[in-house]
Design a protein around this ligand. Structure first.
Ligand code: PPS
Length: 286
């Protein structure tokens, strides 16, 4: 139930309890297949946007699938028992999604040729998006203020743990030919080129008309208007829909309006310490 987790600062299972089973139980024995298409991300990084793109590339721009089946059934979560059941029933190619950090993902991934798309987002915007989303969640603690959530985030006391460990961990797969790393900011900067990049990675050639149809159906407004993609059908037991909207703003750089200068400086310091080994410029400071 709500707010049953220990307070930040103590060791606690970062995975929401109710419909996210402990991953070592739910996904530990899962066998990844070479035909699988897997979306991975830290929460609030644009997961549902890239999923929509992947699903629409598969149907070559035909929107009937994304308009008739909810997103979490089109590409279910591997870490939920319901998701796992749906994945087991899918025919190849299977589409699924996960927020698990690299060390908890089923090991069979690392010897498979499954196609993996890891989406990243400027962590400052991940904080803002996460804060608003966490106000709505009934399956985990709700922050009382952005200040409080900011502290949780920096310490990794949020569902799926530390952003720094998640991104740093999965980025170790850079250079593997079955992994594509893409950013939320890149999608914003050039959605056409991004969709082409993803379709090429998936080995699906789109005609100009098919590409146009994908683009038309993955705009913020199209997804906000699509009940199959906008989370409005998530049952009330999980989300308090009156508190915030899943398709909130959909912009890059909102952190500038919401983080204080002190928070932004504190963040930069932690970022520099924790991400020291990674190439600079991973995220534009939009
Ligand atoms: S979740 O809960 O982890 O699955 O959330 P996730 O899908 O990773 O991230 C949600 C944020 O992505 C934004 N979003 C989009 N932005 C632009 N265009 C499109 N089409 C789009 N679809 C989803 C969504 O609005 C959330 O960001 P914020 O900043 O909160 O608006």
């Amino acid at each position: 139930s709500q707010n049953t987790q220990p307070k930040p600062g103590r060791l606690w299972n970062p995975f929401p309890h109710n419909d996210h089973q402990r991953p070592e139980v739910s996904a530990g024995g899962f066998v990844v297949r070479d035909e699988d298409v897997i979306t991975l991300s830290y929460p609030k990084s644009g997961t549902n946007w890239i999923k929509e793109i992947i699903n629409l590339i598969h149907t070559r721009g035909d929107p009937s699938w994304v308009q008739s089946v909810v997103s979490w059934e089109r590409s279910p979560w591997i870490e939920t028992p319901e998701g796992l059941e749906l994945i087991e029933k899918q025919k190849d190619p299977r589409f699924y999604t996960s927020h698990l950090p690299v060390q908890l993902f089923p090991k069979s991934l690392f010897t498979s040729k499954a196609k993996v798309i890891y989406i990243m987002r400027n962590p400052r915007d991940v904080i803002i998006s996460g804060y608003h989303f966490h106000k709505t969640l009934k399956i985990t603690r709700n922050p009382n203020s952005l200040e409080e959530y900011f502290e949780w985030f920096l310490r990794g006391n949020v569902p799926f743990g530390s952003w720094f460990d998640h991104v740093g961990g999965w980025l170790q797969m850079r250079g593997k030919e079955n992994f594509l790393f893409i950013s939320y900011e890149e999608l914003h900067q050039d959605i056409r080129a991004s969709v082409e990049k993803v379709s090429q990675f998936l080995g699906t050639k789109l005609s100009p008309e098919q590409l146009d149809s994908v683009l038309k159906n993955v705009t913020f407004q199209a997804m906000k208007d699509n009940d199959m993609s906008n989370f409005s059908l998530v049952p009330d037991i999980h989300i308090d829909h009156s508190k915030a909207c899943f398709m909130r703003k959909g912009i890059a750089g909102d952190w500038k309006n919401q983080l204080t200068v002190a928070q932004s400086e504190a963040f930069d310091k932690v970022y520099q310490e924790k991400m020291a080994g990674l190439p600079p410029g991973l995220f534009p400071r939009v």
